[in-house]
Write a protein that binds this ligand. Structure first.
Ligand SMILES: [Cu+2]
Length: 325
């Protein structure tokens, strides 16, 4: 009954212990299914990767990355150890719909960004006593993952902000086109007592100007990006964790996926309509050109999946529209 976990480590040098740290614990049926598959890493709420244009930032607190070793924990299913205070349906609910969740609040320092102009996004995470949080667990080698997408699901960016000592996070950000954009801060906060809380908070950012939304592309199971052909098999369903396997080809040959930020690929899925952020669990292994994720759809509708994968040191993103019946 052992599950592996990519152990989050407190970013603070004084560090909390990496105890039971599923960023999003599965519900019991999910857990059972996962365990029948065996060895499934359930540790990570979402796949994370380096943004293509984003240099690897320093780690706040100066620790963390090097210390983000793989750990293990064990406990019997049904002990309630996976509730993590995030609500009983954490595995099936969409995240990122609120600036406040589980006692934590995302506070951006600016709301407006000039379209097409390089800028900076700064924010803090406050706890339920209105203190800026400065201790975060490292998940997928980073204490903070920031996803930014325009509300028509275009312009996807996956960034890794850096934190100042006072808890202010900052990251270079360009909102390429006018419109309302959604930013998701995805992190595991570490409380004074060491308790770790996985949270995804969302806030709108505005780039003033004429907004010309693009229709969501039609559903497809293959796409191309920079000469790579990416396809997937598997059909997400409501309320069940099911495998979705991506395969990457380079020309006529299978691509060789590289491990980076603790996985062979990173998947983010967003729901059309409210931009709800799905919970996705990667499998720890890769069969060369394939990478598998366990996806749970919170409800019927259309979703946009963003797969970050690395080949020859370069991270690219393949995007798919998928309809969940
Ligand atoms: Cu990330």
């Amino acid at each position: 009954m052992a599950e592996q976990l990519s152990a989050p480590v407190a970013a603070d040098p004084d560090g909390g212990s990496a105890t039971d740290t599923h960023p999003l614990g599965p519900d019991r049926s999910t857990l059972r299914l996962a365990l029948t598959v065996g060895g499934l890493v359930l540790a990570v709420l979402l796949g994370f990767g380096l943004g293509r244009a984003n240099p690897k930032p320093a780690t706040p607190g100066g620790t963390g990355v090097a210390a983000a070793a793989t750990g293990e924990h064990t406990h019997a299913p049904g002990t309630g150890a996976h509730d993590h205070g995030a609500g009983g349906d954490a595995a099936t609910a969409a995240g990122g719909l609120s600036v406040t969740s589980s006692g934590y609040t995302l506070t951006p320092s600016t709301g407006d960004h000039a379209a097409g102009r390089a800028g900076e996004f700064r924010f803090r995470i406050h706890d339920d006593r209105r203190r800026a949080v400065t201790r975060f667990a490292v998940v997928h080698d980073k204490p903070m993952h920031l996803i930014v997408v325009r509300r028509d699901l275009t312009g996807y960016q996956h960034l890794h902000p850096t934190m100042a000592a006072d808890g202010t996070w900052s990251v270079p950000l360009t909102l390429a086109q006018p419109g309302v954009w959604r930013a998701y801060a995805d992190f595991v906060a570490v409380a004074d007592d060491g308790r770790q809380t996985p949270v995804t908070l969302g806030v709108d950012l505005t780039a003033p100007g004429g907004y010309a939304p693009r229709p969501l592309p039609a559903p497809a199971t293959t796409t191309t990006v920079d000469g790579f052909t990416v396809g997937y098999e598997g059909v997400p369903e409501v309320g069940k964790a099911l495998p979705v396997r991506f395969r990457v080809g380079q020309g006529d040959a299978p691509a060789v996926l590289e491990r980076y930020l603790g996985a062979y690929g990173h998947l983010v899925a967003l729901r059309e309509g409210d931009l709800g952020y799905l919970h996705v669990h990667p499998e720890p292994t890769s069969a060369g050109d394939t990478v598998t994720f366990w996806v749970t759809a919170p409800g019927p509708g259309r979703y946009r999946m963003y797969l970050d994968f690395q080949v020859a040191g370069v991270v690219r993103t393949a995007e798919f529209t998928v309809t969940v019946a």
